[in-house]
Ligand binder design. Structure first.
Ligand SMILES: Cc1cc2nc3c(=O)[nH]c(=O)nc-3n(C[C@H](O)[C@H](O)[C@H](O)COP(=O)(O)O)c2cc1C
Length: 141
């Protein structure tokens, strides 16, 4: 089957994207704010990824009308935690021993801020879009 999720000409009463994976189990994602308020919300895009260490994932969209982050995301990954992880990665990427080990296998250690990472992704999207457009590339069945 060839299906382009951004085209809405499927003739079905509902967009079939969410039915691509069936059955569609629902994860009840429970999170807690740093000041102890509990939250429970259903997420079908979730799974158990491993047990050593045990970890699970869920994937959340932002609210499309406002771009607001969902509460489960805010609780599971508060901005302060995100910034702390980014700072730790920046520090690790500046460690000469790590730089040397990565260089030995042809890799470059690079850290940055979340804003820089986001800008880099936007820049790459724009570059790829302009290549695809200028070459007139189209998806093939
Ligand atoms: C059955 C079901 C499955 C859902 N799955 C998802 C999902 O996988 N990802 C997502 O972003 N929202 C999903 N939603 C919508 C969220 O549950 C909804 O936006 C909710 O308000 C988010 O709550 P929160 O802000 O407390 O995290 C689902 C809703 C339902 C009813």
């Amino acid at each position: 089957m060839f299906y382009e999720p951004d085209k809405d000409d499927h003739g079905l009463p509902f967009n079939p994207y969410k039915s691509i994976v069936v059955p569609r189990p629902i994860g009840w994602i429970s999170t807690i704010t740093s000041d102890g308020i509990v939250n429970l919300a259903p997420y079908s895009q979730f799974n158990n990824l491993g047990y050593d260490p045990p970890y699970v994932m869920f994937s959340a969209n932002s609210f499309p009308e406002t771009g607001r982050r969902k509460d489960s995301v805010k609780n599971a990954m508060p901005i302060e935690l995100r910034d702390r992880i980014a700072a730790d990665i920046r520090a690790a990427a500046a460690d000469p021993a790590l730089i040397e080990r990565l260089a030995a296998v042809g890799q470059v250690a690079r850290g940055g801020t979340p804003a820089e990472f986001s800008a880099m992704i936007d820049e790459q999207h724009a570059k790829m879009a302009s290549i695809v457009k200028s070459l007139g590339l189209k998806p093939q069945r």
